[in-house]
Design a protein around this ligand. Sequence first.
Ligand code: TRP
Length: 365
Amino acid sequence: MSKIILTGDRPTGRLHIGHYAGSLKRRVELQNSGEFDKIYIMIADAQALTDNIDTPEKVRQNVIEVALDYLSVGLDPEKSTLFIQSQISELTELTFYYMDLVTVSRLQRNPTVKNEIQMRNFEASIPVGFFTYPISQAADITFCKANIVPVGEDQLPMIEQTKEIVHKFNAVYAPENPVLVEPKAMLPQADACKRLPGTDGKAKMSKSLGNCIYLADSADEVKTKIMGMFTDPQHLKVSDPGHLEGNTVFTYLDAFARDEHFERYCPDYANLDEMKAHYTKGGLGDMKVKKFLNEIMQEELEPIRKRRAMFEKDIPEIYNILKKGSETARQVAAQTLSEVKHAMKIDYFEDLELIKEQSEKYASR
Ligand code: TRP
């Protein structure tokens, strides 16, 4: 069976190093491994609108930001199809048909939806579009018959819901010849990458908290943010023993530091374990650890910044890439939609057998 990847992001802000550690870096590796037959990367603007109803301009602005972030980390339109969700009208048709296969109570039990309803104070009145976005996400995943969906843990309930829709669709409409493909989630490999905390130590990087390091930040901005990072509030003097738990600088090091970085930037230690041991014993100051982290992050982000600056010089070309990608995605979606309509017996004008069948039925009366 061919290996098809689909994943995407809501364009509600620029992408940060949490996205990078948790997903973007891996996507580029998967892309360059050559092991996959097709890779689709979607800018989920329609989904973003389900909970940003009042700010269409924000979504519009961030489509290009996210596209620039994609290209600057190394997603390559020659190898991956980059496209914009709203431009694939077939997705809304698929969504409409999948709605027949899902109950209200099942949606209410979706943990991600539950959580987001709370976060957005939607309890009293939930917009229908928002409430049903897991169904539209099933359309996103199935239009290209993706079987691998690289996502963060928070998206697991969406993949689960998609699997159920696929299962039910095939069971009801295509028991002999399954039309849709059940996807599998692919999670970040390292635990430290699953959820990078904000620079202030809060559980999540979020634009409103101002605790993100963005891929597009300048070298100075990155440095300032790292030097101001949350560490161990009890570690007052260098000689004090330090704590690693909840220590954001060490969480970032877990995600990004490799042994070769020590050789280059901090030869006092062979690896992160040695550095941690010294820190917990006492005698290693936060400043030194932060400077080390800064070296690593600059090394990681510099090529991304350079590529971004290059792509920023030709914005029309970025739209062109997205347009071409959207055209490709649309063709694929149209094919799947026609299979879906055939399975659902609503392909009246394509099914020549139908006209013959009905003619014969009436002829024999
Ligand atoms: N829900 C995802 C997020 O909030 C974005 C998304 C939309 C997505 N459709 C998708 C992710 C399909 C993977 C597959 O980040």
